[in-house]
Design a protein around this ligand. Structure first.
Ligand code: FE
Length: 381
């Protein structure tokens, strides 16, 4: 295959001026040129100076999409999710588990590992383990009966089956601090989640290597003036990286504005936390042993708890841009560069020579027009 060129697009990459460019991608699928002149080679798309080109989105927290969840533990479940994610402009994602038995966790790792062999749609460098090491008092939609104490050996075993990038856990559980430091030694990120931690618990975990907070504000100790809890901790500690579900359901517009005002932009990571009901219409869908009811796009258990989201990635970015008024070439960091940096994926997150040819083209309404992975058009609206 010869060189391929994306031409006539408005470049939106962190901290660079938004301008009309051509992006040249070599036959190995890597970007080798970004310039205002067409470099030659086949034009795969001409954006007519109307479309915006952003680095492919990186969703580090997604359980499912288009009728399938990772917990379905079939190879085609991961394929279905990976294909649906392309429609959101996501070119890299971490399939995310939820609280389940040791056997089911292992099966989920095997399903993700099977997809990783060829990765025909979005890329999946590793897993995100969210549960079972969670606090039953902050269970949310996860099954408290299967929650248990952090288990280093269990993660070592899963990591052999499929690389683990992130473990979300309640750091205050017995053995939590030891677990965080063991993960740090293994090069695995730990993220505070489904947790009733005090500020002191948080500080201990930070010293042991905790670096992320999972779906910031959701299912964590609230800000109180005598112990600022995890919500306060995330606002005070400007070095910790925050996942945010910017669907205006999990976080209201005021909270989104507040976090972007107080927290450094390079420490914020937009996620979807999407479930199998995303990409589907409102209705009732099976989930684990029970059902999930989706109404006006909000997914809830019958008793009312939010149960993941149906958010599509590009809409989270649209909401943030509208709410904060921040320029797109700044906000874009929270969709890819920050995640790439945190995961140590230094070949993606920016549109510049040497990076993977992973690009999403958006129109002025933030609709995904095209998703390109390694220089190949994988989705076209
Ligand atoms: Fe969660």
């Amino acid at each position: 295959m010869s060189n391929r060129t994306i031409t006539g697009v408005q470049l939106v990459t962190p901290d660079e001026e938004i301008r009309s460019v051509s992006i040249a991608i070599d036959d190995a699928g890597n970007i080798f040129g970004v310039s205002d002149e067409h470099p030659g080679g086949d034009t795969i798309v001409d954006g007519g100076n109307r479309l915006y080109a952003l680095p492919g989105f990186i969703d580090i927290h997604t359980h499912g999409a288009n009728g399938k969840d990772l917990a379905n533990v079939t190879d085609d479940a991961v394929h279905t999710i990976a294909e649906a994610k392309l429609k959101e402009g996501v070119t890299t994602f971490l399939p995310t588990t939820w609280t389940s038995s040791a056997e089911l966790l292992e099966q989920m790792a095997r399903a993700a590992a099977a997809y990783r062999k060829d990765q025909p749609f979005a890329r999946t460098p590793a897993l995100h383990i969210e549960g079972p090491y969670l606090n039953t008092d902050q269970a949310g939609a996860q099954n408290p009966d299967l929650m248990r104490l952090p288990d280093i050996a269990e993660i070592e075993k899963i990591h052999q089956i499929c690389p683990v990038a992130i473990v979300s856990l309640a750091v205050e559980l017995e053995g939590g601090t030891e677990f965080v430091s063991a993960m740090s030694k293994m090069g695995i990120i730990t993220s505070a989640a489904h947790s009733a931690a005090t500020m002191e618990d948080f500080r201990k975990a930070r010293r042991a290597g905790l670096s992320h907070m999972t779906h910031f504000c959701n299912q964590m100790s609230k800000l109180h003036h005598r112990d600022i809890g995890l919500v306060g901790a995330g606002l005070l500690d400007t070095d910790v990286k925050l996942e945010m579900i910017c669907d205006k359901i999990h976080l209201c517009a005021d909270m989104i504005e507040l976090v972007f005002k107080l927290h450094p932009l390079d420490k914020i990571m937009l996620i979807t936390d999407s479930i199998g009901a995303s990409h589907l219409a409102d209705g009732e869908y099976p989930q684990g042993d029970g059902i999930i009811i989706v109404k006006d796009g909000a997914a809830r258990l019958p008793k009312g708890n939010l149960a993941g989201s149906t958010l599509q990635y590009q809409l989270g970015l649209k909401n943030v841009a509208e709410i904060t008024g921040l320029p797109l070439n700044q906000v874009v960091s929270a969709t890819s560069a920050n995640q790439a940096q945190s995961l140590g994926l230094h070949d993606r997150g920016r549109i510049e020579p040497g990076m993977l040819g992973d690009v999403v083209l958006l129109n002025e309404d933030f609709e995904v027009e095209m998703t390109i992975v390694g220089g190949e058009v994988k989705y076209r609206r």
